[in-house]
Structures are given as C-alpha cells and as structure tokens.
Design a protein around this ligand. Structure first.
Ligand SMILES: C[S@@+](CC[C@H](N)C(=O)[O-])C[C@H]1O[C@@H](n2cnc3c(N)ncnc32)[C@H](O)[C@@H]1O
Length: 295
C-alpha cells in the first residue's frame, strides 16, 4: 500500500473506506535515534546477548519469519523496515500498536552493522518458554549438548521440525534458539517446534531414560553402530521413544553422555573426512530414525 507523509512528519498509510486506524509509520533518518536501541550492533553477539536478556527481547529478520513469530503468539515491541517492505507486512502492522520505524536500506545497515535480509526486522518480547517436563510426553527428541553456533542450532530445529520430530532439548550451555541467526536459519521453526533447556546437564539423560526414552548418541567413532543398522531395528518398533544426542562442534559429545547412552551410532565416513557438520549429521539421523523414513 502507498504511504504518504502526514503533517506531523510521520508516514501514514492511506486509509480505505471504514477500516480502523492503521499503524503509524515513523520515518527515521539518524542511526543514533534512541528509539532504535533494540536494533544496534546486531552482529556483536556478546553485546546482543546481554542487551536482549536485559530487555527480554529477541530479533526476527525477514517478512516471513516476522509473520511466523507473530502468528504463533509472540508480541512485537517495534518494527524496523525499509519502506518497500512495509506492504508485505501491512496486515500484521495494522493489528498491533507497536511502532513501525521506517528507514532506508543503507540506514538499516548503518544501525545494525549488516545488510538486513529483505529489509525487515522486528523486536519481539521473549516468553518464559517451555520446560524439559513439557517435552517428556513426546516421542522423538533431538538433544543438543553445548552447541555454540547459533546457525547450527537453528538449522537443527528446522530439520527436526521438517522431518517430523517432536521437540528439541538443549543442554544448559547450548546457544540461544531465539538469537537472531538461530531464528533466521530455523526459518521460524523455533516458533513452532517445542524446545526447552534441560535443567541439569549431569542428570538430564537419567530423566529421559526414566520416562522411557532410548538414548541414542551420535558419534563418528568407527566402533559405533552404523546408523542404517539402528534404523532397521527401529523400523520394527516404530512406537519406541528416541532421544537423539548430538555433540558440540569441536569435541563432540562428552564422555559422560556417551557412557550414559543406550547405543552409540555413527554415520560411516569416506575420503578421510573424520566427521560431518553437526547440523548435517542431525538431519541425516532425523530422517533415518524418524517418521519421514516410514512413509
Ligand atoms: C563436528 S562433530 C564433532 C566431531 C568430534 N571430533 C567427535 O568425535 O565427535 C559434532 C557432532 O556431530 C555429530 N556427528 C558428526 N559426524 C558424525 C558421524 N559421522 N556420525 C555420527 N555423528 C556425527 C556428533 O554428534 C558429533 O558430536
């Protein structure tokens, strides 16, 4: 929809017929405007972690991801949009009192420190989220031990959701699924798939076992059971409950979790490559051991 500048200097979309009042578009022309504090230095992860925790917010990027966040119930605090992306979110903007800051794409880059994907950002309020207890009734869980890379966390949540797994459990030190890069790489799956942080790393696997999960640890070690062998036996007991453990990017799973697992499974490797990226390995295992494989 076209926008025009009102007498107050704000951009206000033209109203049609008897529609209720629409969101006001607030043009911004300085990267130092204090109203943009939620959007500064988006590439500086340690600064962002403390800022987002302090204000209880997270950032969603791109019109589709913003739309998914709001449609699944997250409350927007504000939007930062290049003018040409306003119309793609018009219905969302009109349904909320959150301010809509409109900038040029160059100014968005100056504020955030990077080229903004599809010229659209939203700052949203975090919720308290799920707990490990919420995930225990589910059948297929991916469990992340201390993954540090937000893109890996987001990609794994996307794969788990897309391949029919029921939830993702994170060790206490794993990267934040609501961090901007995780949200973006998940393509919004972080809003749809249940996930939670484990309360206690040392005893988390015992709790899973007490609730009937078979704990499967993924490791590239050659002594492990080939994934295809486990997939064949799972196919004969489709109702069995699985917790699939994957390890941190550098060192892999801890000795403690490997020792506690019911079975250690490998994806056999070739060409002297010693391991896969953790998100790639998880996607393969989710397919081989999940409902998609049985269709
Ligand atoms: C980059 S790898 C870590 C490699 C580490 N040197 C190790 O021995 O586990 C990160 C995680 O991805 C999973 N992974 C990677 N390649 C795998 C493979 N070929 N088979 C099974 N799991 C694998 C494992 O869960 C591993 O902990």
């Amino acid at each position: 929809m076209a926008a025009h500048r009102g007498s107050s200097g704000t951009l206000r979309r033209r109203q049609c017929g008897n529609l209720p009042d629409m969101a006001e578009l607030i043009p911004i022309d300085s990267a130092d405007d204090p109203r943009l504090a939620d959007y500064v230095h988006l590439r500086e992860s340690s600064l962002r972690r403390s800022l987002e925790a302090e204000h209880g917010i997270f950032i969603a990027e791109g019109d589709k991801v913003i739309r998914r966040a709001i449609e699944t119930g997250y409350q927007p605090r504000s939007f930062l949009l290049a003018e040409r992306w306003v119309s793609s979110l018009q219905d969302i903007l009109d349904a909320t009192p959150a301010p809509v800051f409109v900038v040029t794409e160059a100014l968005a880059e100056a504020i955030t420190g990077f080229h903004v994907h599809r010229g659209a950002l939203a700052s949203l309020l975090r919720t308290s989220g799920g707990t490990m207890a919420d995930l225990l009734p589910l059948n297929r869980l991916v469990v992340l031990e201390d993954l540090v890379d937000h893109a890996n966390v987001g990609t794994i949540i996307r794969s788990a959701a897309g391949l029919g797994w029921d939830g993702v459990l994170l060790s206490p030190r794993s990267a934040d699924p609501l961090y901007r890069r995780a949200v973006k790489t998940s393509m919004g799956a972080v809003f749809a798939l249940p996930w939670a942080r484990m309360d206690d790393w040392a005893h988390g696997l015992e709790v899973l076992k007490q609730h009937g999960f078979t704990v499967v640890a993924m490791s590239p070690r050659s002594s492990a059971v080939p994934l295809a062998d486990l997939a064949a036996s799972i196919a004969e007991q489709p109702e069995c409950r699985l917790a699939l453990l994957v390890g941190t990017e550098g060192d892999g799973l801890s000795d403690r979790w490997l020792a506690q697992a019911d079975v250690v499974v490998q994806i056999p490797m070739s060409h002297e490559i010693d391991s896969l990226n953790v998100a790639a390995a998880t996607a393969i295992a989710c397919y081989a051991l999940g409902p998609a494989q049985r269709r």
